[in-house]
Design a protein. Structure first.
Length: 131
């Protein structure tokens, strides 16, 4: 009779995670970038093409900003408020969430759900010296 297979190594640990915060200067730069993209779209730029080129959302950016269909309670509150306030084809202003700055466009709507796209611009977070 063969011995049981060896157990994989395991560890028990604890951690403290401190999320880095962007500086005010980095936030100003990111917001200005998002505002310039919004202006480009309003001048007739193709939202999907600009999202593929500029969005920092690694998943939706590659799909032209497509977020698919979403109901209430699936997005951060600031994003969701705009997502459900826009009519199909409308653009949001640049909005700030914990993820960065967004430009939202609703493509389609049905009761309780909207199909939207977004472009995300994140402020750059530079390493800081230890305190």
């Amino acid at each position: 009779r063969a011995p049981p297979p060896p157990r994989p190594a395991t560890v028990s640990f604890r951690q403290i995670v401190i999320a880095p915060k962007a500086s005010e200067a980095a936030k100003v730069i990111a917001r200005a970038r998002a505002e310039s993209l919004l202006a480009e779209i309003k001048r007739g730029g193709d939202f999907e093409r600009i999202a593929k080129r500029e969005s920092m959302d690694s998943v939706s950016g590659a799909q032209g900003g497509d977020l698919g269909w979403n109901g209430r309670g699936t997005m951060v509150p600031e994003f969701e408020r705009w997502m459900f306030a826009l009519r199909p084809g409308e653009l949001s202003p640049v909005i700030e969430t914990v993820h960065g700055y967004h430009i939202i466009r609703v493509d389609r709507a049905k009761p309780g759900e909207v199909k939207s796209r977004h472009i995300l611009i994140r402020p750059t977070i530079w390493p800081t010296a230890a305190m």
